[in-house]
Design a protein around this ligand. Sequence first.
Ligand code: SAM
Length: 263
Amino acid sequence: MHPRRLTAMETLRRTIELTQRYSVSDLRIFSSAERARFLPSGTPHPPIDRSLAFELLYRLEPELYERLVAAERIHPAVLEWLPRVDRAVEVGAGTGRLTTHLLTRCAHIVAVEPARRMRERLRTALSSEPSGKIDIVDGFFDALPVPDASADLVVTCSALERDAAHGGNTGLAEMERVSAPGGVIVVVWPNHLDWLTAHGYTHVSFPGPMWMEFRDTDEAIEMAEIFFPHAAAEVRARGKARIPYDVLGVNPPRDLAFKVNRR
Ligand SMILES: C[S@@+](CC[C@H](N)C(=O)[O-])C[C@H]1O[C@@H](n2cnc3c(N)ncnc32)[C@H](O)[C@@H]1O
């Protein structure tokens, strides 16, 4: 079978950096619930900064996001640290980088993900799982569609932020509401550690060298041009598929922050 020819727009977009990829007209992709979170009210043409560009990426080019995360593997000790439980809720599940691992250690998972095309990809990726093992649902950190005290593990990976659009204090409180007494709330690859520790979370970090591991050198260069343009020249000069995180200016996925629900 011949590979499909790229459309003119696909070819053009190939190496355009993330914050330049999308235009104001792309904002139409957002549902009203997404608009309420991601677009500051009263700003008809908000600047498309990196955070907003990622939200557009999840909705317009989820396959490109998957190519990025294929190279960003969570530290195995982080995955091993997660408890084996009956009932887990994952928020901001994306295309399932953590979810696939949770499936090996949790009897039932509710995966909450607001971006429709990310949910669709997750559903396709997990279609061979036994029915009843996972529910993939629409929802946001600040209004989790999950009953009180219904999960032994409430977890999120690379999705929770301190700002309200990506969880904030309300999102953290929602994760705790959903957690059963004696359960654990875990933020994998956390940002804003000061914020989390102020809310009673304990930081755990695992040592060892970590790289982003692209499938080949061309992929490393293309991904750097799109996601880490400041480092693209260095990635090109190295000519390797494996790039240390510090070259890209990214903290490696070696951390988690957790809290036991003592209610
Ligand atoms: C960087 S991706 C991480 C996805 C996945 N957890 C992973 O590790 O690959 C962030 C995810 O959070 C989701 N997200 C963004 N804002 C959210 C919100 N307010 N509530 C819930 N999920 C959100 C995005 O749609 C996206 O799938």
